[in-house]
Design a protein around this ligand. Structure first.
Ligand code: AMP
Length: 285
């Protein structure tokens, strides 16, 4: 496994693989890898000839008050885990390499980023689409893998690729959870024992929503209310949003007719967690 820090070197490797007619998979990450990330890499390994994982804590997707400085980093451990799943190249550029002096070009996907997380994190998705656009242009992958844990991010990237006519297959992967149901996240590291116990209410509330749906309830407000009540019982939890929306464009719906997404963001102490589940319709890929 090679570790590449320079954009020009990454471009050269990809160019050569493309010339050989090989299929390139890319898994973009911010590192501090866990089994959620590794599941994307395993799929990338199966579906492509070569697998590239980028590790880059992207400063422009963090708000001023957010945790960019504190975001957990462990490149050595990440390299070990990536090697075990068969990653061929880790692309780990510096901030200076990605955003040199004078950088001033941003990619923005509009409507889909203005709801859910986009309300409380106004510049977040512009940071995400800009860095992913750069990674796509540097790596030039055939396949790119994203977790549905960040569902809004996944559909935003899909939209960007569609709108810009890039020949990249964006593949969404299921949420990987801890045994007790907590969705894996690099930010789970911030949680104290009590907070972690409170955080389990997120997954419990999704189970409740699925149960209500199975019982035949289609009124989104009714389900949202049940979810909010359950999470609201946790003293350490502060709900940012609980929303059922259309799974394709994240538009508001009042009744679940097909393909709905229940998405939520909750602060547990100082840690902001997101989770979601699909209600009705087939899994989106
Ligand atoms: P991050 O390092 O948090 O930016 O995540 C990198 C990629 O891993 C994104 O596509 C995430 O959606 C995905 N990911 C993070 N956590 C999980 C999880 N628990 N299950 C599946 N994918 C995940």
């Amino acid at each position: 496994m090679e570790i590449v820090n320079r954009i020009s070197q990454m471009q050269k490797i990809s160019r050569e693989w493309r010339k050989e007619g090989k299929t390139i998979s890319l898994v973009p990450t911010m590192g501090f890898l866990h089994k959620g990330h590794l599941s994307l890499m395993e799929e990338g390994k199966i579906r492509g000839d070569y697998l590239i994982t980028s590790i880059f804590v992207n400063p422009i997707q963090f708000g001023l008050e957010e945790d960019y400085g504190d975001y957990p980093r462990d490149l050595e451990q990440d390299c070990k885990l990536a090697k075990e799943v068969g990653v061929d190249v880790i692309f780990a550029p510096s901030v200076q390499e990605m955003y040199p002096k004078g950088f001033q070009t941003f990619v923005e996907v509009e409507k889909i980023t203005e709801t859910l997380c986009g309300i409380c994190r106004p510049h977040h998705f512009q940071g995400v689409t800009t860095v992913v656009a750069k990674l796509f242009s540097i790596v030039n992958p055939h396949l790119a893998f994203f977790g549905k844990k960040d569902f809004q991010q996944f559909v935003t990237i899909k939209r960007m690729v569609l709108d810009l006519n890039w020949e990249i297959n964006v593949i969404g992967m299921p949420i990987v959870r801890e045994e007790d149901g907590l969705a894996m996240s690099s930010r789970n590291k911030y949680l104290s024992q009590d907070e972690r116990r409170s955080a389990l209410s997120l997954n419990r509330s999704l189970d409740l929503a699925k149960k209500l749906y199975q019982e035949g309830i289609r009124d989104t407000e009714k389900i949202e209310r049940g979810v909010k009540r359950l999470i609201g019982e946790e003293k350490l939890a502060e709900i940012e949003y609980v929303k059922i929306c259309n799974k394709v464009d994240l538009g508001e719906i009042s009744q679940i007719k097909s393909e709905a997404l229940l998405a939520l963001a909750v602060k547990i102490g100082k840690t902001r967690l997101i989770d979601n589940c699909e209600l009705g319709g087939e899994e989106q890929n």
